[in-house]
Every structure is written in C-alpha cells, then in structure tokens.
Ligand binder design. Structure first.
Ligand code: GSH
Length: 214
C-alpha cells in the first residue's frame, strides 16, 4: 500500500487517513508531497484523481478522500470501527459530522502544529463549534468509552477524524473541560500522534496562507 499525503504540519485530511492506516496496523509506503509549491498539483494529480491528498493506492487500486480511505481500511480491519451496532452508527455520525462541518473552526483555526497561536482565531461561530466538539467528545466518552480511553473505548476512525482538532486545540490554546479534556490529553499522547507531530515539527516548508497569525 502507498499513502499519498501532504505536509504533516498542515494537512489535516492527510493526518486522518494516515492515523487510520497506522491504527489498523497496515504496512504502507508514505509519499509526502509538500502542498502549494510549483509542481505540487501536478504531482498529486499523478496519483490522485481529485487532485487532493490523502490518496491510498492498494496494489494499483486508488481510493481518495480521507473518509473513504478509512472505510476501505475498515473493510480489511473491522476493528477500525466499534463492534457494537449503535456505537458504530454514532461513530460514523460524528466522523461524518466532522468531515462535512466545522467550517468556521477550519477557517479560523487551521491545523498548524508548529505554531503557538494561543488565544487567536476566536469568533462566536468558532466558539459554538468548539462547544459542539466538546459535547461530542463528552457524549461519546460517557456512552461508549467504557473499554478504553478513546471516544468509543478502543481507537477508531472517529478518533482519527478528530485528531486534527486535537492539534488545533493545542495550537490555539483551547481547553475543553471534563472528559473532553482527558480525551484531548490521551490523543496528544497517542504514540502515532506523537510520531506524526515529531515529523511535522521537523518540516521546514511554510504555507503563508495557513500561517494566519504570523
Ligand atoms: N474531503 C477531502 C479533502 C481533501 C483536501 O482538501 N486535501 C487538501 C490538503 S489537507 C489538498 O489536497 N489540498 C491541495 C489542493 O487543493 O491543491 C478528504 O477528506 O480527503
């Protein structure tokens, strides 16, 4: 398997697919394409028909879009979704909500692991979305988190979906309360997250349009 990803500091969608692949125990070659430099679009298009990363190539078969990649990996390793039917339905719902929503959080608090933008990026809409994230985390932990420290106990695609939000909360100094705070600590200490973070910190490319606050 090959996984095409963008810069680890910036590419939130790449992180989701990469974490799902790591958590699922897959062996894969990583092809990192720095985004928004001359030639990067052509390079991505040589692998990914959407012109976006992430993109998974499994023996020549191409799957693009982070959620579709997660689903494809879960077909091979069903442990990537919770085993129980209602937990699995909620895990899919919150993953889909993350995938299609939270536009204000994305716009004003883009993932930028290297920066400390504590206190930046708040608007009423962003704060409402932060409250919704915390509500999801608290609800999942309370209802489905008995068998482990993640949203549905064991690490699942839902955790991968929220992983970039964890780095956003770190960069922008957002501090949820209660079970959500514990969950954030757990995620930031996850060995695969730490591996990604270490690589992000070692990157040297800057994307000016993503470095919103200097
Ligand atoms: N919904 C897609 C979004 C993918 C996406 O927007 N990827 C960004 C990087 S995080 C990208 O490839 N940008 C490069 C470009 O637009 O040229 C997914 O889940 O994979």
């Amino acid at each position: 398997m090959k996984l095409i990803i963008g810069n680890k500091n910036y590419s939130s969608w790449s992180l989701r697919a990469w974490l799902a692949a790591r958590a699922g125990g897959f062996t894969f070659e990583e092809i990192r394409i720095p985004l928004f430099i001359p030639g990067s679009r052509e390079h991505i298009l040589s692998h990914s028909p959407s012109g976006k990363v992430p993109c998974l190539i499994d023996h020549g078969f191409v799957v693009w879009d982070s959620l579709a990649i997660g689903e494809y990996l879960a077909e091979k390793n069903p442990q990537l979704w919770p085993a129980e039917v209602t937990a699995r339905a909620v895990a899919r719902a919150v993953s889909a909500e993350m995938h299609s929503g939270f536009a204000h959080l994305r716009e004003h608090m883009p993932m930028n692991i290297r920066k400390d933008y504590t206190g930046k990026g708040h608007t009423p809409e962003v704060d409402a979305e932060i409250a919704r994230v915390a509500a999801i985390w608290n609800d999942c932990r309370a209802r489905f988190g008995k068998d482990g420290p993640y949203l549905f106990g064991r690490f699942s695609i839902a955790d991968a979906a929220f992983a970039p939000v964890c780095y956003r909360f770190k960069t922008y100094g957002v501090k949820p309360e209660g079970a959500a705070a514990e969950y954030l600590t757990t995620m930031l200490a996850n060995p695969h997250m730490r591996e990604w973070e270490t690589a992000a910190l070692a990157e040297t490319e800057s994307i000016a349009s993503e470095d919103l606050y200097g």
